[in-house]
Design a protein around this ligand. Sequence first.
Ligand code: NI
Length: 228
Amino acid sequence: MLMVIENVLDKATVRAFREQLDGAGWSDGQATAGSLAIRVKHNEQLPDASPVAQALGRHILGVLGRHPRFLSAALPDRIHPPRFNRYAGGGHYGTHVDSAIMPLPGSPQLLRSDLSVTLFLCEPGEYDGGELVIETRFGAQQVKLAAGDLVLYPSSSLHRVQPVMRGARICSFFWLQSMVRDDGERELLFDLDQSVQALTSSPDAAAAAQALQLSGLYHNLLRRWASV
Ligand code: NI
């Protein structure tokens, strides 16, 4: 499932982020590229130890932890601290697949990347190019979102970032391990949850009873499919 969630950060928060990010100490993104990705990765990144990256990353995780649609779609178990990258002057990231298993910073645990997240922090008009292109079963999807919007996509997908030929593209990106590893199962749970939410908000008593039944089904499927 490829899902866009709009307005995760409001415009005032994006502006505050950008004030910090525009003057931050960017370094070569190759420092964190794997042996295959290093040949195709041409961008800048904030070091994981950067206080700006850590503070803004915490803010993003705080917002997402209270975001019903994100939580319903991702069913997150472990989330990698958000990173920040910048593409300018023809910078791009050729076709690659994200590492399946990675260390979880600040923890002895590992993280299996089930879902990848890109949160856009520049408006589309600020730069030319920079589309995130994700290969899906239905063909390649091009994603270039408004500042404050994010896209969630399976980490198993081949993807790339097109060259940025004018301006700069700044995004936050990270991975998560979901309680439900299988994309198809997670998608069914999301659809069911959306139906439950819609029925729950109906004033009709019969709909409320249906919501209760379907909610039971949701939790029993979650019990069957989730690992925690
Ligand atoms: Ni990637």
